[in-house]
Design a binder for this molecule. Sequence first.
Ligand SMILES: *Cc1c(COP(=O)(O)O)cnc(C)c1O
Length: 479
Amino acid sequence: MTGLDPDNWDDLRRLGHRMIDDMVDRLATLRDGPVWRPMPDAVRAALHEPLPTGPTTPERLYEHFRERIVPYATGNTHPGFMGWVHGGGTGVGMLAELLAGGLNANCGGRDHAPVEVERAVIGWAARIMGFPDETTGLLVTGSSMANMIAVVTASRAVPDGLALRREGVGGRRLVGYAAATAHGCIARAFDLTGLGTDALRVLPVDADHRMDLAALRAAIAADRAAGLEPFIVIGTAGTVDTGAIDDLGGIADIAAREGLWFHVDGAFGALAMLSPALRSSLQGLERADSLAFDFHKWAQVPYDAGCILVRTPGRQAAAFAQSLAYLSREDRGLAGNAPWFCDLGPDLSRGFRALKVWMTLGTYGTDRMGLMVDECCAVARHLARRVDEEPLLERLAPVGLNIVCFRVRVPGVDLDWLNGELVKDLHESGVAAPSTTTVAGVRAIRAAIVNHRTVAADADAMVDALLRLLADRLESAAE
Ligand SMILES: *Cc1c(COP(=O)(O)O)cnc(C)c1O
C-alpha cells in the first residue's frame, strides 16, 4: 500500500458529515460563546506536538481540532468582533472551501474550468467596480499582495519601464505618493520592490482625514524639479484607521494631468460600490488604473481572497509574464487557454480561491451584498450616536463608512493607557473585540463593523461592557 487514500471511504464520509454538522452548528450558535478567549498554556503547548513520524487517525486529529483550535480561534465569525478589518465569512463560503479542496485545482494556468471561474469572478469584480470589460486581474492572498502587484505593474508602465525587469530599479529615481493614512502595506510594497520606502512621498491629510491634494500637486512639482520621476499616486477608499475616503475624482484628475498611474487601495472600502447609497462617495474609483481590494473583508468570503484589477489589458502581463520553455502555451490540449493567471502576478501555483468568491456572490447576489454593506454602516452610525450620548465617551473622527473611533474620557488618568487597557479588558471579557488606533495623536478605541452578523444590539453590548469595565477600574482605583 503506497497511496494515501483510506481503506474505508465510508469512515471518511462519516467523519466529513460530522465535521459539517459541527461547523454548521457552530455558525448557527455563535452568539452563545465568547468572541475570543485566551488560550491556556497547556493548550498552546499541546499544539506543538513533535513531528508525527507515525500515523494518527483523522478522527483523533478532529478531536484535537475541536478541543484545541475551535475554542481559541480569532473570533471574527462572532458578531461581537469589531477589531481591525475582518470579514465574518459565511456557511456557503465554508462549503466552497471544502469543494475547492476536493478538486485541488491549480489555477496558475492551463485549460480547465476552475481557471474560467476565476476569469468570471474577475469579470464580476470589474463590473462591480465600474471598470471596463477588458480589465485584467487575479485573486491573491489579500490587499497587501494586490497593492504590491499594482506598484510593480505601474513601475513597469513608465517610459522604458520594461527595461526595469532586467536592470532593476536602481538606475531610475521613481517616486510615488500616498497620504499619511495609507495602509502600511503600501510602504512595504515600495520596500519589497526595491524602490525603497523613501520613494513613497507621504502626504498630509485634511480635517476629514483625506489626502491633501494641494500637497500632492506641490510634491509632484518639487520632485520633478529635483529630476525625479513621479510614477504613481495611490488613493485610499476606506482608510484603515477611520474609514475616510480620499477625493478619488480629484486624485484621478491630477494623475491624468501629470501622466501618473492612479492606483486605489480599496481593501474594504471599495466594496461600498455594492451599495447604491454609498457608491457616489467613491466617485473616481472607476477611473483608477488599478484597484486592490479584499473579498475576505466586506464581501464576507472566507480567508484568504484579495483581488487586483488592472484597467488596461497587457499592462499586468507586461510586468509579470515570463517566457519559459517548460511553461509553453499550446493551441489546444491542457496546456492551452493562454494567457494564464501565472502571467499576471508572482505566483505560479495558485489555489482555487475563485470558487468561494463565485459561490458567495452567486448565493446572495450583489443587491443583497449591497444591503449588508449598508447595514454595517447603519450599525456604525448607531454606535456613533450612542458614543455621542454617553458623557464618559468622546468620538474622535467622523463616521463616513463603517468605522467608529472614540475613547473613554475621565479626568486625572493617562487616557492613552486607560483606553488601551480597557480594550484588553473587553477582549478578555468575551463580549466584544474592538481594536485600537491613533487618531490625531491620541489612542482611540476603534470599532470596524465589517461582519454581516453584527447588529445595533452588539454595538450597545460593547459600549455597556466598556462602561462596566471602566466603572470597575475606577472603583478599584478608589479603594
Ligand atoms: C486590510 C487592509 C489592507 C491589507 O489587506 P490584507 O488583505 O490584510 O493584506 C490594505 N489596505 C487597507 C486599507 C486595509 O484595510
